[in-house]
Design a protein around this ligand. Sequence first.
Ligand code: ZN
Length: 628
Amino acid sequence: MKAPFNRRRFLTTLGAGIAASQFLPVSSAGEANASETSGNLIPAPSDKLYPVDIRKVRAGGEIGRRIGVTVHNNLLKIDIDNDFLHSFVNRDISNEGFVGLGMLLDATVKLAANTGDDKVVSLKNHLVSEIIKSQESDGYIGNMRPPSRMRKLWDVHEAGYIIYGLVNDFRLFSDSGSLMAAEKAAQYLIANWELLDESWEESTNVASHVAITGIHRTMLALFEVTGKSEFLEFCLKQHNLRKWNPGIVTGRRNLIVGHIYGYMASSLAQLELYRLRADKQLLQPAKLALDFLTLQNGMAITGGAGQVEIWTDDLDGRGQLGETCATAYQIRVYDNLLRLTGDFIFGDLMERTVFNALFGAQSPDGRHIRYFTPTEGPRVYHNTDTYCCPNNYRRIVADLPSMMYYTMAGGMAVNLYTASEAEVNIDGLAVAVKQETEYPGNGKVVISISPPEPVQLRVRLRRPAWCNSLTVQVNGLPITEGTASEKFIDVDRTWEKDDRITLNMDMDWRLVKGRQRQAGRVAVMRGPLLYCMNPAQDSQLEGIDGADLGKIIIDRASIEKLPVQETSTRPEGTGCSLKAGKSEWGMGNPGNLSLVLSEFTDPDGKCTYFKTPDMSDGVDDELIQQTL
Ligand SMILES: [Zn+2]
């Protein structure tokens, strides 16, 4: 996360308007206005959708499989005592270092709650008890020696996530000891915040909003569970989160100011604060980010974004594309905006990102996690279990069960299609819901709705933007079909036990036109899934660089879906065969190669964009649209 620092050049280049010090104490940031920031909170308009408790959702399908391998082949296999807890038990670090213990705790708490697995619950209890034992009498939780506390990277960052994990332990397991420790640790941070004076960014070379990523959601979570105003005031007064709006800065530079993960984490906290204080300013950074991602070439076709952790708009597919932390926080922002607006474009963005960028960041067996997931050239795994990306991966996978179903006034919505079972509480009535489907392998989804007694409800189904045609039946009888422009379909009726909706979404192969560095080529997609080419299948492709593989010309008419098979990606993995030409010399006459494309999560995939003899075979990416 380090970059060479030259403050004068930074201010000249960017202007003081986006100086990163907006989160330093307000006395130095000059934004204090006590009368404006305290008391009289204006309630925000209600959300359109509400999440379902992760303890009430059992994910199956590929999402469930990813949760399973993350638990059994990753979380339960890593050396938590040595790699994570050791330095916190000893508190002997003097220089910057990042472990990710707080993120790991948060992931473990949620995975324990979702799976109920005894081993995960024991691990969670072990982490909580060791962390609480390590807390100093002044409230400090961390791994630093006293002179390094607060000011050394990434002490505040780490503490913020530990507190967040403890608060979630209270929320999900009613552990009051966790809440007490969390409050005390947060009060330590608030009391010592003045240590982070104007010289702090200069000494760390990192913008303050990046160095303290996560702290605002932590304080807002504490405010929510305790009602104590000091935690809200931290966001309003000490930080002025309302006014934070650094703009989109592209390209890695001093202070890593264009850091996507840091930006999305602050934006997410602003969206949460918006529920408490309906100030439109709080929505602006999210709008800027969404516009950049969808309309200004900020988002790769996988859903991932950025190079070397930083906003970029050239759509370079190589190397350090799509930091996993950024991917995780994009998904959270989409979830938050889906709840706020009820607009299912955010569900479309979620599924694209989850099934491609996110799952592409993990080995198929779950053990290894990537920092970056390129679309072109070799992909590598992160070499430790610690640090930001592996732990933010574990956290977001643990959050996915909360993004499948949502409740709304008079009913519920189905957002992520995947085999699953849930108990959804609608106006006090526990309604059992079940999805049976091979999605995303095909577009048939059978949804059973079982209320304890007959009840009138609206069931809203997301209509994906990629889907041109679909049918909906209830108990075998067709219902009126919505129009193609609609983003959802409502089924209103009196539901009885085991009533079934059968949704059949046509899932055609499509060639999505590349832009920027991918211009003049197309990517192969089907439904939410992106496909890629693993060159190990043909000796003619051996040793060809990822960029040169993009010269291959594919024949649209020859694409054929392969039967569901065991592939390198997942048990029900899909793929296609097609005819292709090896270089642009064959334009108009592809056919000297017979290729198989696998799902993008194929760890040895090295190419996702291809030439086509006729660019009119291509379609625009359906997610490139105004969202906010
Ligand atoms: Zn990361």
